[in-house]
Write a protein that binds this ligand. Structure first.
Ligand code: SF4
Length: 978
């Protein structure tokens, strides 16, 4: 085989030879050499031999219909192979017309067919029978369910109980449709899973750039630094992974920080396994090295950092010059020697020095990325992103080829048909006063807020979300979801059974990726694209000349798509239009009739996506027909450094300017901006909107931060009481060795398995066969000390409970650290009439007040169904649900749940069995109260009598006036705001 470099060289040579022979690359946006891609001209009748009929040469004729994958957030393109004889989908492969995924998928994309044909999927609306959670159901018509739900929502709105309506989303898979629906209802009812996922990283990026995600240009980088498992399971997994590998084939160096030897780490040129939470210490040692050796981009820093503001705020007695700032910076980070980083991280000083040299040599071609991982594991994890992006900001590797962009520049969110006004209400169940700077809703604290009587829910939607299983402290969720005084009506919108759906009043079957409409755009390279998820059988029928007006006509059973559901529900909430809701769901072409998805998306494609109407016309298609046929459209490639763009004179009307060059205007915001920043920077005192920043005399677009520059210094953090955290720094984690008892280990619980999909992996048989268990990774030294070998049972004790799992002894983890994937451990109660049978163990769950005990009754087993493969299930183990035993750990700034746990691990006793779980939810509430005490609430620390800085992003932002605190802020006993 040879080394990776040798293999890469052979691949490159083969490519060059292919080109020399006249072989062409796929002419569409994928621009890659994979001859097997069906040319789009033949998508109406693509012929393949039926592999299952071999040796007979039976031809199969297919309509190829694009959609996008719904099995992670990457939204890779899929092509459904719709058999022209049976009008059914036979398989899914990659869509070469999709510029992000370029025809490629991971294992989870093609496994979509398993989800579609899963014999256990929910095919009709169901209503509970008996007590909530008793596990008994009866079919109900869509009409009955809609009328009941709509009636309750209408009553809540009419009675002024808007905050009792909540929609809680797991996998969104779309850009803004549901926020728009909620805004049309006038409710601040959006809740998300983000604070158990990515808020830590988002906070770090947002504070720097005003935009909450990075867009690393891996393909053009010389050095790639990843703090996550991006090649196998990280953010934008397949689209990023293929570009990382392209860069490696060119000779780029890959550096991976991952305490666990992930598949990504195995591909690294330099892999380090730091003590969890020490990552910022290593990054700051690299920063100190750059400063010591002068290997940073002075001019970029001088022009684009808010250093002048920092000096004025923190060093007013020193000269306000960039040279002085450099001196201050040197002093600030001088303590971060390689030796100190070694002491904190356990990574050798020499290795860190080598990484520092690689980074220093990258110049503007340094692409970096962290997501989840360390930023989601640790108290102060948001500083991982802040210190990582500091490297880019020092090298000027921001929005450069091979550098890292703010994501909004590599993403395009089109303007929708209607934009309802911002809701005139603030929901403290999701945005409580204690977390004024949280990047997203404090979703995982909801059970505790409900238990404390902070509010109640009348109608609660969980949508492709399974908090009982996904969130920490799932049994506290179970306690509130079974209490009708706290949650009046629970509606689960889901394509598959879940631990949470079992606790619903209505289970409503929603479409999978090939059964629903969604529009999306994600940052995967320096370009902007939109892609269209669609019900493929509907598109196929329409291509054959049939008209389909309701997706239920083509989906399996009574499975619906959500957009049609939300439009119908909104009409039933406001049947006569007097609440002002219905008009946002009416046809514009035929007022008084319902808006159709065709009209909704047709309008967007026609009016809001630059270049699409012309491209469609060139093919003789309408923009909607173009998207239905090809599934994706690249708006532009090579967006470049938007911050450097000069602001045109016509956008500079009655300008104002602050002392640091932030420029404000009275010109209205352009309707179709080149970029769509996710932040809304504060207007100035005269109500003018920020439009740019003056740099060396020229007004440039800048960044959507308060200063318009990259914010090395966050005046927001300083003003809201966190002055000591206002610049990138290192805060010791809650699992730092100094914070733990000598007999405790750190448990890393956050890692994904590359071939699983959270809850929806449960009904994908190929994936289940590949990955169905989650042993505890444990280093041989620890295993020897504890006295266990591979396969032995160990008991893992957390602050609130314990679980029993198998050990996997491996040198792929640091001594003192254990790891267990969160992708496993699905379960259903023995009393459940229905449920998923390929990946759910059957358990007994008992409760004695707050003390819960789960024991396993049975693993999975073969069973007869319409799919012969279910009789071939050979595995019984489905892993252990560790998240039940974790208390909540909300970071006081970002709001991110800090997943890492300090645990004790011992050999399981003779009376303990695999899958045993014990939890004390009273203790869980105590831990919640302890972490709550770390916060600086808005009512005591707001500098301006608002609940939250207006410029910070918020999905579904309420109207500006409801940001005001409804009362005067309290003052700390010492009269200060800290
Ligand atoms: S990376 Fe895999 S799971 Fe994610 S969208 Fe692409 S094909 Fe689907």
């Amino acid at each position: 085989m040879g080394t990776v470099e040798e293999v890469a060289a052979r691949v490159s040579a083969a490519r060059a030879e292919a080109v020399a022979r006249g072989e062409t690359f796929y002419p569409g946006p994928s621009r890659v050499h994979l001859a097997a891609f069906p040319p789009k001209e033949r998508w109406d009748d693509w012929v393949e031999l039926d592999s299952q009929d071999w040796p007979r040469r039976t031809e199969r004729h297919y309509l190829l219909v694009p959609t996008t994958c719904f099995n992670c957030e990457s939204a890779c393109g899929l092509l459904a192979y719709v058999d022209r004889d049976t009008a059914q989908v036979r398989k899914f492969e990659g869509n070469p017309e999709h510029p992000g995924s370029r025809g490629r998928n991971c294992a989870k994309g093609p496994a979509t067919i398993n989800q579609v044909t899963d014999p256990d999927r929910i095919l009709q609306p169901l209503k509970r029978v008996g007590a909530r959670g008793a596990g008994r159901w009866e079919p109900v018509s869509w009409d009955e369910a809609l009328d009941d739900i709509a009636g309750r929502i209408r009553t809540a709105i009419v009675e002024g109980r808007r905050n009792e309506i909540m929609y809680h989303v797991g996998r969104p898979g779309e850009d803004g449709f549901t926020e728009r629906v909620l805004a049309s209802w006038g409710v601040d009812g959006h809740n998300s899973h983000t604070n158990v996922c990515s808020s830590g990283a988002r906070a770090g990026y947002h504070l720097w750039t005003g935009i909450d995600r990075p867009s690393p240009d891996h393909a053009s980088a010389d050095v790639i630094l990843l703090i996550s498992s991006h090649l196998e399971a990280g953010h934008y997994f397949n689209p990023h992974a293929q570009r990382v590998m392209e860069a490696k084939q060119r000779g780029a160096k890959l550096i991976v920080f991952d305490t666990r030897l992930s598949n990504t780490a195995t591909h690294a040129d330099v892999w380090v396994s730091p003590q969890p939470g020490s990552e910022p210490a290593i990054l700051l040692a690299i920063v100190a090295h750059l400063l010591r050796t002068g290997r940073y981009d002075r001019e970029f820093m001088r022009r684009w950092w808010n250093w002048a503001e920092y000096l004025a705020a923190e060093h007013p007695d020193r000269p306000a010059t960039f040279e002085e700032f450099e001196a201050v910076l040197g002093e600030l980070y001088a303590p971060y020697t390689f030796e100190l980083a070694e002491q904190e991280s356990g990574v050798g000083a020499g290795t860190i020095a080598r990484i520092a040299e690689l980074v220093a040599g990258a110049g503007t071609r340094l692409s970096t990325h962290t997501w989840r991982s360390a930023s989601a594991g640790n108290l102060g994890g948001w500083q991982v992103a802040r210190t990582l992006f500091l490297l880019n900001a020092m090298l000027g590797a921001v929005a450069t080829p091979g550098g890292t962009y703010p994501n909004a520049w590599n993403k395009f969110v089109p303007r929708p048909l209607y934009t309802p006004p911002h809701p005139q209400t603030w929901n403290e169940l999701t945005w409580p006063l204690e977390y004024p700077l949280a990047l997203n809703e404090m979703s995982f604290l909801l059970p505790h807020f409900l238990k404390e009587g902070r509010g109640k829910l009348d109608v609660y939607f969980t949508r492709v979300y399974n908090p009982v299983w996904t969130n920490p402290d799932g049994l506290s969720w179970m306690e509130v979801l079974t209490d009708e005084a706290m949650v009046g009506l629970h509606v689960a919108l889901t394509p598959t059974w879940s631990e949470t759906a079992f606790l619903a009043d209505y289970v409503l079957p929603m479409g999978l990726g090939p059964e629903r409409h969604d529009l999306h755009s994600y940052e995967q390279y320096d370009g902007q694209w939109v892609a269209f998820r669609q019900p493929v059988l509907r598109a196929a029928r329409e291509r054959l000349g049939q008209q389909v007006s309701d997706t239920r006509e083509v989906n399996p059973g009574q499975v619906w798509e959500e957009n049609e559901f939300w439009i119908e529900l909104s009409w039933r909430i406001d049947p006569d239009g007097c609440l002002g809701i219905r008009r946002y769901h009416e046809s514009q072409k035929e007022p008084g009739t319902k808006l159709s998805v065709d009209e909704y998306y047709g309008w967007i494609f026609e009016h809001s996506v630059p270049g699409l109407p012309a491209a469609a016309a060139a093919d003789g298609l309408t923009p909607l027909a173009y998207m239905r046929r090809y599934g994706a459209f690249e708006i532009r490639a090579g967006v470049g450094p938007v911050h450097e763009q000069e602001v045109p004179a016509d956008e500079l009307i009655e300008v104002g300017e602050d002392e640091y060059g932030r420029v404000y205007t009275r010109a209205p915001a352009p309707m179709s901006p080149n970029v769509v920043p996710t932040a809304t920077p504060e207007p100035d005192a005269q109500g003018r909107r920020p439009v740019g920043v003056r740099v060396d005399g020229v007004v440039r677009r800048g960044f959507p931060t308060p200063s318009g520059k990259l914010e090395f210094y966050s005046r927001t953090l300083a003003a809201w009481g966190w002055r000591e955290q206002a610049v990138p720094g290192y805060q010791r984690s809650h699992v730092h060795p100094a914070a733990m008892e000598p007999d405790q280990l750190v448990l890393i619980s956050t890692f994904r398995l590359p071939t699983q999909i959270h809850t929806r992996g449960g009904n994908a048989k190929w994936l289940d066969e590949l990955a169905h268990t989650n042993p505890l990774w444990i280093h041989p030294q620890d295993a020897t000390r504890i006295g266990v070998g591979a396969g032995d049972l160990v008991r893992v004790e957390t602050e609130i409970g314990a679980f029993v799992v198998k050990a996997w002894v491996t040198e792929g983890i640091r001594p003192g650290v254990v790891a267990c994937s969160h992708h496993m451990g699905r379960w259903k109660l023995g009393s459940a009439e229905r449920g998923q049978r390929q990946m759910m163990a059957t358990v007994d769950l008992t409760r004695d007040d707050g003390r819960w005990r789960m024991t396993r009754l049975a693993g999975v087993a073969p069973y007869e169904s319409g799919d012969p493969d279910t009789a071939r299930i050979w595995w019984s183990d489905v892993g252990v649900h560790q998240n039940l035993t974790f208390p909540v750990h909300p970071d006081p700034i970002s709001g991110q749940h800090c997943w890492h746990q300090a645990v004790r691990v011992r050999r399981a006793g003779p009376d303990e069995a695999y899958g045993d779980i014990t939890v004390d939810t009273a203790k869980a509430h105590e831990v919640y109260r302890r972490w709550l005490a770390l916060t600086l609430p808005a009512d005591r620390h707001s500098p301006d009598r608002t609940r939250r800085p207006y410029w910070l992003m918020r999905p579904l932002k309420p109207a500006k006036d409801v940001f005001a605190l409804p009362f005067a802020p309290a003052v700390d006993p010492d009269g200060t705001n800290r």
